[in-house]
Ligand binder design. Structure first.
Ligand code: FAD
Length: 493
């Protein structure tokens, strides 16, 4: 049948091929997405895009990168995949990462979402880039002219990689320093293989290397190599350190064996999975408690399940009511509603219950004579308004309970970047403990030292890290050369 885009939003329904069947996918470590991409099906989905006069999906509310979404939706509809890829790359260095792991605020901002499900923007983005790789269209682009300037990037997560890619494109000689044994930051050792296959990361790093970027791993700057030395050897230095300093839970019994930070659990396992013979924290045959209900907590749940945990419970505190779209969260922004993620769905399919227990606070850890954790004592909390009308949490009397466990994973967020470089150079921090820069700027308190990504804005999203890396590169290039031709949001120079 002939596809009609002019009334596609009326005639066609949203269909996602997003996830594989939950009861099947929980038995393996492969990506959870269903990559079985029916091209004709996607063209129908692209035909649902209304090409709005004001595309909120591309705005700051919808996409930090200002991806040209209606443009490439239309090109997919017209079967012009190569051109769609060119437009996608104009604003996003790594669509294969965001196409997989982004929570897609663009879909939350899609105008169709007012009264019908949004366009499947994320699926379309991922299909364009995967199609591009399959057809050999994603090739290294080596800069024709070198500027004679040297720039170092410290940290190789999405912010560092995006900054490096852009600075290299501008002709600077870029060296990326990484303390871990592999490049990629949380893309490599953080986000599980089920959400992002590590071959997808390696494939992009290989292209960046062939474009001329040099990567130095196993070097913790500020410890193995002085930050001062790197500052002296380069015209500019970009800190893209991430924000993985974990929030602790200093309650009685914290010292018992079997209580770990979520990142130690995820990272040690992912290293093992990727061929490193280090010891790892296993959830096999254990009663697991995950404290913290964000994305990291969900990844701990899904990993524990695949290890073969005996049971999994997670404690989560709901945001103060109302937990739905409120005056402070108007359309078109990502609705901060409470959602079921892939890990919760998988546990429910296996044991018939959602692993989450809501509004529970941990009081203390219980342990045995050998010092091993055996349980968590908890109390329920309730939101109520105080006399001044502010929401506060109160303990619910008589609601104490002990949850049995032999593995506890702390996934309660992060406090900012780790301190080695910050201390060595006495870099200025903001009140939240992140590297301070002026508003909408990326220069720190130290001349020629810049900051981008989670170490600047706090633990965030891959799409924001890429945005920051690109914006920071633009400022560095301008500061070094007097002007810049690097593109900013929306691909605009
Ligand atoms: P990172 O990715 O943290 O990279 C920083 C790098 O700097 C690291 O490799 C670190 O080793 C290196 N480094 C630090 N200090 C030094 C030093 N002194 N010397 C040398 N190297 C150093 N976001 C999403 O959009 N979708 C998701 O599904 C998602 N899932 C997540 C799951 C988990 C478990 C976690 C923890 C985060 C997740 N996020 C997700 C958030 C996202 O991964 C981050 O926002 C993003 O990776 C930040 O990028 P970055 O480059 O700023 O920092």
């Amino acid at each position: 049948a002939v596809l009609d885009k002019s009334r596609g939003f009326v005639n066609y329904k949203r269909a996602t091929y997003q996830y594989r069947d939950g009861s099947v996918r929980q038995k393996d470590w492969k990506e959870i997405y269903n990559h079985k991409r029916v091209k004709e099906g996607l063209r129908v989905q692209a035909a649902r895009c209304m090409d709005c006069g004001v595309p909120f999906c591309s705005s700051d509310h919808g996409c930090p990168l200002s991806n040209l979404i209606p443009k490439w939706n239309n090109l997919v509809f017209k079967n012009e995949w190569k051109l769609a890829l060119d437009y996608l790359h104009q604003t996003n260095n790594f669509p294969e990462f965001t196409g997989r792991v982004c929570p897609a605020p663009c879909e939350g901002a899609c105008v169709l979402g007012i009264n019908t499900p949004a366009v499947t923007i994320k699926n379309i983005e991922n299909a364009i880039i995967d199609h591009g790789f399959e057809h050999g269209w994603v090739r290294p682009l080596v800069p024709k002219v070198r500027s004679g300037k040297k720039v170092a990037v410290i940290g190789s997560g999405p912010a560092g990689l995006a900054a490096a890619a852009q600075l290299n494109k501008a002709g600077h000689l870029v060296t990326v320093y990484e303390r871990n044994d592999e490049v990629g930051g949380l893309l490599r050792y953080g986000i599980p293989t089920m959400k992002l296959d590590k071959r997808v990361v390696a494939r992009r790093v290989d292209i960046l290397e062939r474009e001329g970027i040099s990567f130095k791993t196993n070097i913790e700057v500020g410890k193995d190599l002085a930050a001062k030395t790197i500052m002296d050897e380069n015209d500019a230095v970009v800190c893209a350190l991430g924000a993985t300093w974990p929030r602790d839970l200093p309650i009685p019994g914290r010292e018992f064996t079997g209580i770990h930070y979520a990142m130690n659990f995820l990272e040690s396992w992912q290293k093992q999975q990727q061929g490193n013979s280090n010891p790892y924290i296993s959830a096999k045959d254990k009663d697991v408690i995950v404290i913290g209900g964000g994305d990291t907590g969900c990844d701990c749940i899904a990993t524990s399940l695949r290890h073969g945990a005996k049971s999994i419970t997670t404690f989560e505190i709901l945001p103060q009511p109302p937990a739905t779209r409120a005056d402070s969260n108007p359309w078109p922004t990502w609705p901060r509603i409470f959602r079921v993620d892939y890990g919760h769905e998988e546990v429910k399919l296996k044991w018939g219950r959602d692993p989450r227990v809501f509004n529970v606070k941990s009081l203390y850890f219980e342990g045995d004579a050998n010092g091993n954790v055996t349980g968590v004592k908890t109390i329920l909390v309730q939101w109520s308004k105080d006399d001044a009308g502010r929401w506060t949490m109160k303990d619910v009397e008589g609601s104490e309970k002990t949850y049995k466990c032999d593995l506890v994973l702390l996934a309660m967020g992060f406090l900012g970047p780790e301190r080695s470089i910050v201390e060595e150079l006495s870099v200025g921090l903001d009140p939240r403990g992140n590297l301070e820069t002026p508003r909408s700027k990326y220069n720190t308190s130290i001349p020629n030292l810049y900051a981008a990504g989670d170490c600047r804005r706090g633990q965030s999203l891959v799409v924001w890290a890429i945005h920051e890396g690109r914006q920071c590169a633009k400022q560095v290039d301008k500061d070094l050369m007097g002007s810049t031709s690097l593109a900013g949001p929306g691909g605009i120079v």
